[in-house]
Design a protein around this ligand. Structure first.
Ligand code: UT7
Length: 328
């Protein structure tokens, strides 16, 4: 184990597809309104990947930027983890496709399926591999093409999601770094958010297609309540593990599922709104990519400064949730 060192984020990058789908565009597709979407979710627009762009393409574009920022050559990468619920295919892993596109032939590759908490789960996994001494660096990507699993005729879900990717490079650092992680799961509520068909339980068939079982199915109301509780608890626990509390947080980077969830988490934890990074209005919910893109934007816009206490916090299908404290 690298007892004396911590693992930190040494480069970030993001990629958002060019096509913008606004609430006004959605008004022409389903029975909804710009007013309903903004009031109930905080979303104004989202990005949609092109038909010839798959999740690995988004991931590679974000990864190239993060590697450049970190000054790490693809051929020196030792581990690639992609957090996604919209892999290019069931197998091979999207991480292997990213490896191929980058020319990172030395890297060990796998995907993590932890839905919207995937980026935090993947960061924590990569950190442990580096701390153990197994690998000296890692590329972690949160990438999603949720538009591919969205039922564009279902107003309950289609207004919520967007596509994008965020990436970061991890390596041992001399100061700061990841100081605490709290991860949790509750499979007993797994039915609240699912993609029912296409796996071994319900292989693709005419019936699964007719019943729209290859799209996201969500019980939004139930999830909302759990999300507020779980995200508040995760932030508190990750901070308390290292003797900190929400008042010590300089910047809070949450998963962006719903503006009202984030406002409720702020109220419950006592976090001032000025310390929370919001980008839901521009991109909607991008699952694992939401936290990754938000982190990247917060770094690139100068919101995160050296020495800052940064808290990542995410919640999603599984149910899974978790938070991470990083001294920048
Ligand atoms: O990514 C991590 C996991 N995801 C989450 O954590 C999501 C958590 N849930 C949510 O964000 C919210 O529950 C939603 C945004 C999904 C829904 O908001 P809500 O305030 O919980 O609305 P609702 O589902 O209770 O629906 C209220 C009404 C319903 O009409 P009735 O039955 O009251 O007449 C819906 O049919 O709003 C209707 N509705 C819409 N109306 C216009 C639902 N979607 C729409 C829409 N446009 N797009």
């Amino acid at each position: 184990m690298l007892k004396t060192k911590k693992v930190g984020i040494v480069g970030v990058g993001s990629y958002l597809p060019k096509k913008v789908l606004t609430n006004t565009d959605l008004e022409k597709m389903v029975d909804t309104s710009d007013e309903w979407i903004i009031t109930r979710t905080g979303i104004k627009q989202r990005r949609i990947a092109a038909s010839n762009e798959a999740t690995s393409d988004l991931a590679v574009a974000a990864a190239k930027k993060a590697l450049k920022k970190a000054g790490v050559r693809p051929k020196d990468l030792e581990l690639i983890i992609v957090a996604t619920i919209t892999p290019d295919m069931q197998f091979p892993s999207t991480a292997c496709l990213v490896q191929k596109a980058l020319g990172a032939e030395k890297a060990v590759c796998f995907d993590i399926s932890a839905a919207c908490a995937g980026f935090v789960y993947a960061l924590s996994t990569a950190e442990k591999f580096i701390l153990s001494g197994a690998y000296k660096n890692a590329l972690v990507v949160g990438a999603e093409k949720l538009s591919a699993i969205t039922n564009w005729k279902d107003r309950n879900t289609c207004v919520l999601f967007g596509d994008g990717a965020g990436a970061c490079v991890l390596a041992p650092v001399k100061s700061g770094g990841i100081v605490s992680t709290y991860l949790a799961a509750d499979g007993s509520s797994s039915d609240l958010l699912t993609l029912p068909a296409g796996g071994s339980r319900l292989p693709p068939s005419k019936k699964t297609i007719a019943n729209k079982l290859h799209f996201v199915h969500m019980q939004g109301n139930e999830l909302f309540k759990v999300a507020v509780r779980a995200m508040s608890e995760a932030a508190d626990k990750a901070l308390h593990q290292v003797g900190l509390s929400c008042k010590d947080t300089d910047i809070f980077i949450p998963h962006q599922a719903n503006m009202r969830i984030l406002l409720a988490v702020a109220k419950k934890t006592g976090l001032p709104l000025g310390k929370i990074y919001f980008n839901i209005e521009k991109y909607g919910n991008m699952s694992s990519a939401s936290t990754a893109v938000a982190l990247c934007e917060a770094v690139e816009s100068g919101r995160i400064k050296k020495g800052n206490v940064v808290v990542l916090d995410a919640f999603g299908a599984g149910l899974v949730w978790g938070a991470m404290v990083i001294i920048w």
